[in-house]
Write a protein that binds this ligand. Structure first.
Ligand code: COD
Length: 303
């Protein structure tokens, strides 16, 4: 089980590089991340995008592209489809979003003909390494599913649990977050949380322990839970935080990244291969950590 990103990266480095197809690679932070991941033996890149710009930015970040395969496609939608096709045809092992909107790359990924979709929901996870926490924690879904219903929340949890298993957490503790710890019939997230907990108790969701509703403080702080008299196997020990909607997840992620010392790795999971999906504003190390996690996840799925 990895407790820090250093351990995660070390593990990812210990196996042969995997081929990564990068959609719209014309961005200095993307190229810096790809360069570092290549130098560290994590990946072998295939770049898709505006070749002229890729070459200009590569010079800026001192990246020698002479041995790198580049597909010239200045249109970001077409570049996204090309990058997905490269994975679908087996030329690359997994996929990364570069300087393109999340919805654009996700639509390319969801295109049925490419065959990367499976019969399950795709969802976004952010694995976070927080300075004041002694473990890695996932927040989901702050990037793909906007207003998930109960069935979608079940699948979002299952996807996050699979990622936790891939980093060695055998029985992750999952908290469906709400604004309080009691079921309030007027607050849907509390009702969903209670049902999801019961579904896990009855074996309808496997490989994890779920208990909720809990508020954020009681999910991550044993002190806070104790203070409120909450008795729960997951209170203060959450490995996975399920947020009720995309806004909560997006705001939580951005608040943590601006106001605390946080490192993050982000993927869309649930397809045949993991997809590195970071915000365009995320720095190169977030993209690098995401590649490391993507590689581990890919290897876990292929075991
Ligand atoms: N998993 C599996 N299949 C899906 C999913 C999913 N999460 N979402 C849609 N599909 C399938 C549908 O069943 C359908 O067959 C096809 O894909 C198209 O579905 P639509 O019409 O609902 O798809 P879109 O293109 O309108 O929306 C899909 C997006 C992923 C683009 C959309 O959900 C979206 O824009 N999400 C938010 C992304 C975003 O802006 N994030 C920004 C925060 S960083």
């Amino acid at each position: 089980m990895f407790k820090t990103f250093e351990e995660m990266v070390e593990q990812a480095k210990s196996t042969a590089p995997k081929v990564l197809s990068v959609a719209a690679a014309e961005d200095p932070e993307v190229l810096k991340a790809v360069k570092k991941a290549e130098e560290d033996g994590l990946i072998t890149p295939i770049l898709v995008g505006d070749k002229e710009k890729i070459e200009v930015f590569a010079k800026e970040v001192y990246y020698d592209l002479s041995n790198i395969k580049i597909y010239d496609e200045p249109d970001v939608t077409k570049a996204s489809h090309k990058a997905v096709q490269i994975v679908a045809e087996g030329e690359a092992d997994f996929l990364m979003k570069g300087l393109v909107g999340t919805a654009t790359i996700l639509r390319a990924l969801l295109t049925k003909e490419y065959g990367l979709r499976q019969d399950r929901l795709l969802s976004h996870i952010a694995l976070m390494d927080l300075e004041d926490l002694d473990r890695l924690i996932i927040m989901t879904d702050g990037g793909m599913n906007m207003y998930p219903d109960l069935n979608q929340k079940k699948q979002i949890i299952e996807n996050a649990v699979e990622v936790m298993h891939s980093i060695g957490v055998e029985m992750p503790k999952v908290v469906p977050l709400a604004a309080l710890e009691l079921v309030n019939p007027d607050m849907e997230p509390t009702i969903h949380a209670a049902i999801l907990s019961k579904m896990a108790d009855r074996g309808q969701i496997k490989g994890c322990i779920i208990d909720g509703p809990l508020a954020f403080d009681n999910a991550i702080s044993e002190e806070a839970a104790k203070h409120k008299g909450i008795k729960s196997p997951v209170a203060g020990k959450a490995d996975v935080l399920l947020v009720p909607n995309i806004e909560t997840g997006n705001v939580m992620y951005k608040a943590l990244s601006y106001f605390s010392k946080m490192r993050a790795a982000m993927l869309v999971v649930g397809a045949k291969v993991p997809v590195v999906v970071t915000s365009r504003a995320d720095n190169y190390m977030t993209k690098y950590y995401s590649m490391a996690l993507g590689k581990l996840m890919m290897e876990y799925k292929n075991q």
